[in-house]
Design a binder for this molecule. Structure first.
Ligand SMILES: Nc1nc2c(c(=O)[nH]1)N[C@H]1C(S)=C(S)[C@@H](COP(=O)(O)O)O[C@H]1N2
Ligand SMILES: [Mo]
Length: 448
């Protein structure tokens, strides 16, 4: 598998040399001035933050609503709580740009409506290659075995009860499908951030480090350098994971998500958590871990999740999700109602560690301002950023660009295509652009 940091997907662009001359000409004229004024105005807006109505007889504050004079609902009317009925539009959705093939489908997380970094469990994206099942934990088993006793002394089968008695860890991590943002390779430009980036979620997962289980079975790390994870569903989902990721304690078998058991759609009662690695390796309904001495080259690593490079060769085993970010609000499909102050908010993440910096541009990448990073910043987790912006009512192009702790800078489309060409489906981490029209309407455009 080699040194992943040497792979051609790794770009280290100098932040100041981002733009082609044509691109500068296309968007630059007059914009620097516009920008400078905006940021002075942003300071002013903070001193007097909100354009609130100045006590002009708003009936919504003058009149007591009827409900406030009656008894409220009793406790436990919803023994399992539900969102407000006024939030009923915030849903996982299937993309209008994708056709469902049998049960092999995707539902996307509505990133445009979420705050902070945790995805509510009911809105966690779903990707099933053969549909999902609600599996009885009483009969679910996890087997750990090997084709050769030299790799593992004692194969074992664990019940869920066995696993839940063992020492556990709880960690917050993002999970991103390798195909997230895949439609954008073809400049399809689906309308909203839900469809461009919504195969991405972030949760607190709880479970048992895989290292602990392998050692319980007497693994020989000198000989066993890879593990194969296998799901119990009809998709024959099997993925190779290098042993270094297991040995360092990061990979774990999880039963918990956001404080409760996993949801069935997300692999109840057991899934693998492989921090920083593309979603497909996070095998759901996990039933078997095999240890061995070389990658297995299964269908989901030899035929799918590979990248066709410009030289005609396929790039394989590029499982780590590179540093990426996106502005979630304002974003495609939304509309700014009037000029004035806006909180530009988004998320950044890297499969190689922590986010160290996010810059935001409102002019398509000519000028950049550092965004505020909302801590605590965690390893291989979503990181929220915010930036003050005063919209002057003129067309604008919003972008975010993240940097991770290895110093890697999220690439523009031009930079990504220069290395990767345009024939990929997977592993698109380019800078996203949201175009704000004078009407306030926001659309998805690509800036090279
Ligand atoms: N057993 C099994 N595991 C699976 C899959 C699957 O179809 N079957 N889909 C994979 C893919 S492609 C992704 S992106 C993630 C999605 O996880 P989620 O549905 O919890 O979001 O699960 C992975 N694990
Ligand atoms: Mo995926």
């Amino acid at each position: 598998m080699g040194d992943l940091s040497k792979q051609p997907g790794r770009l280290r662009p100098a932040p100041e040399s981002f733009l082609s001359e044509a691109q500068v000409k296309a968007v630059a004229a007059g914009r620097r001035d516009f920008l400078r004024k905006s940021f002075i105005a942003a300071g002013a807006a903070l001193a007097a933050p909100v354009a609130a109505r100045a006590g002009e007889g708003d009936p919504a504050i003058l009149n007591l609503p009827d409900w406030s004079k009656t008894l409220g609902m009793p406790v436990a009317m919803n023994p399992y709580g539900q969102p407000s009925k006024y939030e009923s539009q915030l849903l996982r959705r299937e993309s209008p740009g994708l056709t469902r093939v049998g049960q092999a489908s995707v539902s996307f997380t509505p990133l445009q409506g979420l705050f902070g970094i945790i995805t509510p469990s009911g809105l966690h994206f779903e990707r099933h290659h053969q549909g999902w099942h609600d599996v009885d934990p009483a009969v679910h088993r996890l087997m750990i075995n090997a084709s050769d006793p030299a790799f593992l002394k004692q194969p074992k089968v664990y019940t869920m009860d066995d696993l839940m008695r063992l020492p556990s860890v709880s960690r917050i991590h993002f999970i991103e499908c390798g195909a997230n943002t895949g439609l954008e390779w073809g400049n399809v430009a689906v309308p909203t951030v839900q469809y461009t980036h919504g195969m991405l979620s972030c949760s607190e997962f709880t479970g048992v480090p895989l290292r602990l289980l392998l050692e319980d079975c007497g693994v020989d790390y000198k000989k066993a350098r890879f593990v194969l994870a296998e799901g119990a569903d009809g998709s024959s989902m099997t993925r190779t994971i290098p042993m270094e990721m297991v040995e360092n304690g990061e990979v774990f078998v999880a039963y918990g998500m956001n404080g409760e058991m996993l949801r069935p759609e997300n692999g109840y009662p057991l899934r693998l958590v492989v921090p920083g690695v593309q979603g497909v390796s996070w095998v759901k309904w996990l039933r078997r871990i095999e240890v061995g001495d070389k990658p297995w080259a299964t269908k989901d690593e030899a035929v799918h999740y590979i990248d066709l490079m410009p030289d005609g060769l396929h790039r394989q085993y590029t499982s780590i999700q590179e540093c990426k970010s996106v502005i979630t609000t304002p974003s495609g499909g939304q509309r700014l109602l009037e000029k004035g102050f806006y909180n530009v908010s988004g998320i950044a993440w890297s499969g190689r560690g922590k986010i160290t910096r996010v810059d935001v541009s409102t002019d398509g990448g000519i000028n950049w301002q550092p965004a505020r990073i909302e801590g605590p910043v965690q390893n291989k987790a979503l990181t929220r950023f915010n930036m003050n912006w005063v919209w002057d009512g003129k067309p604008a192009m919003l972008q975010s660009r993240a940097v991770d702790e290895t110093g890697y800078v999220q690439p523009s489309y031009g930079q990504l295509r220069a290395v990767r060409g345009s024939k990929s489906i997977y592993h698109n981490n380019a800078i996203q652009t949201w175009k704000v029209a004078e009407s306030g309407e926001i659309s998805n455009v690509q800036v090279l």
